[in-house]
Design a protein around this ligand. Structure first.
Ligand code: PSV
Ligand code: MN
Length: 386
């Protein structure tokens, strides 16, 4: 029953080319000490400031070859001289990626930032975003990645519609302030820190906001931000179809927004998401910012990041192997079993030899994790940084 697909040489070359072009952005905040509200564990050698974070991100790129940019979080990564940081980043062979405004740490944001009932607080939040757009200009970043912690904790605390209108007003101003080559990514999350409601609770709300704003506003899918059981691959397919898929925050969850290693809990889901992405790529030009959003509290940071990148690479490779023509035929014929078998066939393929061969051609180690482990970088930074 299982129809084995034989790949032609040209098909393999095409798959390899696409794998070599894959790009994943890593987050500055994934390289520093992190934890939960119970405890932040210190790791020897963990990056203490943005220059060290960039240096560590460069290691991930050195060993994987597919992580050429780093997302910044402002003000966590604030510096006095952005040009100097840009040059340092470029010297390390990287670029500054998405700029993430931080609208959740100030005392004034207790009742919200862009949705706050007080106009003065809303202005403070808007000014911070406008400052982030300036930082984008100075660093060459093209993505403004917006996540709001806004929401309420109790029924009746505030008016849903009034908050929606405040948000729409503010986002209009943000959109107007952006340059033509910038994209606003709107991230959603169904809970936390608001436990009664969040102002951008799901992909529908994010996408409605993005649609009202215009083509430079898109939705960002963070894999940890859905209720359990949500069919994320369907959301991805819908967003692609609507030209509204702007970016990803890769991670994996078991319970809530756990920030677990991407692909560690449900690798089949990751594959199915990539299956939609590959189908989308074959249909249209997609300008998607693929980013990791994980903070590893226990694992060594750089190793965890390399592991994550490799898991994403595997999911993409497997999705590229899906026999799309036969899948279409099976779907058309109502052959439910065969359609599923075609997906499983690709999913069960051991793509490690394929990835080893592209790594060889790209001039990076065949086993990035092992090569990094043997490099001595971890003990070097532990000694230097204390
Ligand atoms: C919120 O949970 C989030 O996913 C947003 O992307 C933040 O910017 C990030 O985590 C870091 O706190
Ligand atoms: Mn996120």
């Amino acid at each position: 029953m299982n129809k084995e697909k034989m790949y032609k040489k040209t098909e393999i070359e095409m798959i390899k080319k696409r794998l070599k072009n894959q790009k994943i952005e890593t987050p500055s905040w994934g390289y520093g000490d992190s934890g939960t509200r119970f405890k932040v564990f210190h790791q020897e050698g963990a990056a203490r400031e943005i220059y060290e974070k960039i240096a560590d991100a460069a290691q991930v790129h050195k060993y994987t070859g597919i992580t050429p940019s780093v997302a910044l979080h402002i003000p966590w990564d604030q510096v006095d001289d952005w040009l100097e940081l840009k040059e340092y980043t470029e010297d390390k062979g990287l670029k500054i990626g998405a700029i993430n405004p931080n609208l959740f740490q100030e005392e004034e944001y207790k009742l919200g930032s862009l949705t706050h009932p007080d106009e003065q607080i809303r202005k403070k939040a808007l000014d911070h975003i406008l400052e982030c757009i300036e930082i984008m200009r100075k660093t060459g970043s093209k993505f403004l990645s917006l996540w709001l912690a806004d929401g309420t904790n109790y029924p009746g605390q505030d008016d849903f519609k009034a908050r929606k209108h405040r948000l729409e007003d503010a986002l209009q101003k943000v959109y107007q302030a952006m340059d033509d080559d910038m994209t606003l990514l709107i991230e959603y999350k169904f809970f936390e820190p608001g436990f009664y409601h969040t102002d951008i609770g799901d992909w529908g709300m994010a996408t409605l906001l993005a649609k009202k704003l215009g083509p430079q506003a898109k939705t960002l899918v963070d894999l940890g931000h859905h209720p359990l059981g949500t069919n994320i691959e369907q959301i991805v397919a819908y967003l692609i179809d609507e030209d509204k898929l702007g970016g990803f925050h890769f991670n994996n969850k078991k319970y809530a927004d756990d920030d677990l290693t991407v692909g560690s809990i449900n690798p089949y889901e990751l594959f199915l998401i990539y299956n939609e992405l590959v189908a989308g790529e074959e249909e249209k030009e997609m300008n998607v910012a693929y980013m990791i959003d994980q903070s590893h509290n226990i694992k060594p940071k750089i190793e965890a990041m390399i592991q994550s990148v490799m898991n994403i690479q595997e999911a993409y490779a497997k999705a590229l192997l899906v026999d799309r023509e036969s899948l279409k035929e099976a779907q058309q014929a109502g052959d439910v079993v065969m359609a599923e078998e075609i997906l499983l066939d690709a999913y069960r393929t051991d793509v490690r030899p394929l990835l080893a061969s592209i790594r060889e051609e790209m001039g990076v180690p065949i086993n990035p994790l092992e090569a990094y482990r043997n490099s001595g970088y971890a003990s070097k930074i532990a000694e230097e940084r204390g």
